[in-house]
Design a protein around this ligand. Structure first.
Ligand SMILES: [Zn+2]
Length: 393
C-alpha cells in the first residue's frame, strides 16, 4: 500500500476512535447533567490539529478527549502521526499528557513512555531517549524487546558497539530467554564492529578472538571472513588471508566482490597468483560478477589478446554487462588500430561506469559505491549487495 493510502487509513482510524471517544463522553455527560459536548467542535479541532493550522487544535484535543483505556489508541495514533509528520514538540505534548494521567494502567503508561522516547530520539534528544529507555528496559514484560531495539538503534547510530552488545546480552540472559536469529545476527555484527576497531589498534590476537566470538553467534557471517582476510593480509600472513577468502567464496560468492582489494594485493605475490585466478574464475561462475572476469584478464596482460577477446565474448554472451563491453572495446582498440580510431571516443565508458553505484540495499533501494554492512538508509544489516546486470559490477 502507498504511503498516502496508509496515511488515509490511519487518519480514518483516528477519526473513528475520536468520534467513539466523544460519543462515550457525551453519553456519560448526558446521563450526568444533560449537557452534551459538541462533537462538531472536536472534529473541527482535530482537523486543525492534523492540518497544522493552530496549536489551539492540539490544546482542544488534549483537553476535550478524555484519556481512558477506550481512547488510548486514538491518542497514541495522533501522537505517532504528529511524530511521523515531523511535528515532534506536539507529539511530545500528546505523549506527556498520557503519562500524567492516573486513569491509565502501568502497562498503558509504558506504551506512552515508549512513544515519548521515540519522540526524543527523533528530536535528537538522545540522552533523554536513552535514559527513559534504560528505565523501561529494567522491566521484564512484553514490550522489552521493542525497548531493546530502540536502545540498540540509538547505540548503532552513535557507533557505541559495546553498549549495543550489552543490551542484547542482557536480553538473552536467563534460562528461558533464547534469542531469535535477529538478535544473534546483531550480536555477530556488533562483534565484527568491535573487531574492526581492534584492527585499527593493531591488536591481531584480540581481532582473531572477537571474530571467533562473532561466528559463535552466526557461523555463516560472510563479513567476518572478509574482515579476517583483511586483517591477516595486514599482518603479513597471506596464506591465512587466502584461506579466509576461500571460506568467504564458499559461503557467499557475491561477498567476494568486497574482497577484490585483498585479492589484488595477494596477486602481487607470484606464488599466490594461480590461487587468486582460481578464486576469480569460481566467483564468476557462481556469482556472475563481471569484475571477476575483468580482474582476471588484467592479471594476464601477457596472454594472447585473441584468447582474452574470446574469454570476454563468452562472458558477454553469458551475462551482458557494460564493464565486460568496456574491457572488450579496450582490447579491440589495442589490437586493431583501424577499428581503434573509430572506437576511441567510446573508451571513456570505463570512467563513466566507475561513477555508478556498486552496491544496492535489497530492503530500501539505497545505492552507494562503498560496502556498508549497516544500510545507512533503512538500518538493516547485510542488506547491501553488489549490483548485477547490464550496469552492474
Ligand atoms: Zn536499506
Amino acid at each position: 500500500m502507498s504511503n498516502a493510502g496508509i496515511f488515509l487509513l490511519l487518519l480514518l482510524a483516528i477519526l473513528c476512535g475520536y468520534v467513539m471517544g466523544i460519543y462515550q463522553r457525551r453519553t456519560d455527560s448526558d446521563d450526568a447533567d444533560g449537557a452534551p459536548d459538541s462533537s462538531q467542535d472536536l472534529l473541527k479541532n482535530l482537523g486543525y490539529l492534523l492540518r497544522e493550522e493552530t496549536d489551539a487544535g492540539l490544546d482542544q484535543f488534549i483537553h476535550r478527549l478524555d484519556v481512558s483505556p477506550a481512547t488510548l489508541d486514538t491518542h497514541l495514533a495522533v501522537g505517532g502521526l504528529l511524530r511521523r509528520k515531523g511535528e515532534i514538540s506536539r507529539a511530545i505534548r500528546v505523549h506527556q499528557n498520557l503519562i500524567s494521567r492516573p486513569s491509565l494502567s502501568k502497562a498503558q503508561q509504558r506504551q506512552a513512555q515508549i512513544e515519548l522516547a521515540q519522540d526524543f530520539a527523533q528530536a535528537g534528544l538522545l540522552d533523554r531517549a536513552e535514559r527513559l529507555l534504560l528505565e523501561l528496559f529494567e522491566i521484564d514484560d512484553a514490550e522489552r524487546e521493542k525497548v531493546a531495539q530502540l536502545l540498540v538503534d540509538i547505540y548503532q547510530d552513535e557507533r557505541e558497539w559495546e553498549r549495543a552488545l550489552d543490551i542484547v546480552n542482557q536480553l538473552g540472559k536467563g534460562w528461558f530467554n533464547k534469542l531469535s536469529d535477529h538478535w544473534q545476527t546483531l550480536r555477530a555484527h556488533f562483534h565484527c564492529e568491535l573487531a574492526a576497531v581492534a584492527v585499527q589498534g593493531g591488536d591481531l590476537l584480540t581481532v582473531r578472538r572477537i571474530l571467533k566470538q562473532a561466528r559463535a553467534y552466526q557461523k555463516n557471517l560472510a563479513r567476518s571472513y572478509l574482515l579476517e582476510a583483511e586483517v591477516e593480509l595486514q599482518a603479513g600472513d597471506s596464506a591465512r588471508a587466502l584461506a579466509a577468502l576461500e571460506a568467504l567464496l564458499a559461503l557467499d560468492p557475491d561477498s567476494l566482490y568486497a574482497g577484490l582489494p585483498v585479492l589484488q594485493d595477494l596477486a602481487k605475490k607470484e606464488q599466490y597468483l594461480p590461487a587468486v585466478k582460481r578464486l576469480l574464475q569460481q566467483g564468476w561462475r557462481q556469482a556472475g560478477i563481471a569484475s571477476f572476469v575483468v580482474m582476471e584478464l588484467e592479471l594476464e596482460v601477457g596472454r594472447d589478446p585473441e584468447v582474452r577477446k574470446e574469454i570476454l565474448e563468452v562472458a558477454i554472451q553469458k551475462s551482458p554487462n557494460l564493464r565486460l563491453l568496456a574491457a572488450y572495446l579496450a582490447l579491440l582498440i589495442e589490437t586493431n588500430k583501424e577499428v581503434g580510431s573509430v572506437l576511441e571516443p567510446l573508451a571513456a565508458i570505463g570512467e563513466k561506469l566507475n561513477k555508478l553505484p556498486h552496491f544496492k540495499c535489497s530492503q530500501c533501494g539505497f545505492a552507494g559505491k562503498q560496502v556498508h554492512w549497516l544500510c545507512p538508509s533503512c538500518k538493516t544489516w547485510s542488506s547491501l549487495r553488489p549490483i548485477k546486470g547490464l550496469e552492474g559490477v
